[in-house]
Write a protein that binds this ligand. Structure first.
Ligand SMILES: Nc1ncnc2c1ncn2[C@@H]1O[C@H](COP(=O)(O)OP(=O)(O)OP(=O)(O)O)[C@@H](O)[C@H]1O
Ligand SMILES: [Mg+2]
Length: 218
């Protein structure tokens, strides 16, 4: 579904490239974990997979068509949901409005968007009282759930997440990973998450480790 074709990336000069000629494949229905040390370039890879940045060399392909050809903005709007650790949610809105707004932007098919948003929020423990509160009044773990519900309610086939459990306790971490597994296995999405926690990556179906500028499946 999604692949990198001979992707190289550098910020300043080619000699200091983070990696060169990377070829990775991502399929629907699977949860992928990308693990590697701090500064190795995990977030950079994710921004390319999310269509927020382009490779210095090589291409990202969505169903064999390069993102350039699809256009990055169309790709971002219709094909990817992004769950980042911060800057996740629209801060002046309630949880349910965050979900409904995303559904509208991505033209997700649903008869009653608000009902679907409320039902899905309830499923992850955000009850009616919490759902109508401004998101900034929710805890970090609750906000992260709202961001995942947004991905669940949108039709985008790809979900990318950067350190989605970064500041959560052990219980919340395990619950959030279970939600990502459901996104992949029950909604047949291609879910890619970046983490530096082995505990998280080992619950993924496929793990790619970034070490010494190379990705290897572990
Ligand atoms: N805008 C930028 N300009 C120049 N260098 C950058 C820029 N953004 C990141 N870098 C450098 O690129 C490298 C990779 O950064 P990246 O954020 O992808 O790493 P990461 O693996 O996600 O790390 P972490 O686990 O700490 O989040 C780092 O050495 C970083 O300093
Ligand atoms: Mg990072």
């Amino acid at each position: 579904m999604l692949s990198t074709k001979d992707v190289s990336y550098w910020y300043d000069n080619q000699e200091g490239a983070l990696y060169k000629d990377v070829n990775l494949d991502f399929e629907s229905g699977k949860l992928y974990g990308i693990i590697g040390s701090s500064g190795s370039g995990k977030t950079t890879l994710l921004t390319m997979l999310a269509g927020l940045d382009r490779p210095s060399k090589g291409e990202i392909l969505y169903n064999d068509t390069s993102l350039k050809q699809i256009s990055l903005s169309k790709y971002r709007n219709q094909y990817v949901s992004i769950v980042f650790q911060s800057y996740n949610l629209l801060p002046y809105m309630s949880a349910v409005d965050n979900v409904v707004t995303a559904m509208k932007i991505t033209h997700s098919e649903s008869e009653n968007m608000r009902d679907k948003a409320m039902r899905t929020l309830a499923k992850v423990g955000i009850d009616e009282t919490l759902a109508v509160k401004n998101v900034l009044k929710l805890s970090g773990g609750q906000q992260q759930r709202v961001a995942i519900v947004r991905a669940m309610c949108c039709d985008a086939p790809i979900v990318v997440a950067d350190e989605p459990t970064g500041n959560l306790d052990e219980t919340n971490t395990q619950e959030i990973i279970t939600l990502f597994q459901e996104l992949a296995h029950e909604q047949d999405k291609c879910v890619i998450l970046v983490t530096h926690e082995k505990e998280v990556s080992k619950r993924c179906d496929i793990q790619y480790e970034l070490s010494k500028k190379k990705f290897t499946q572990v």
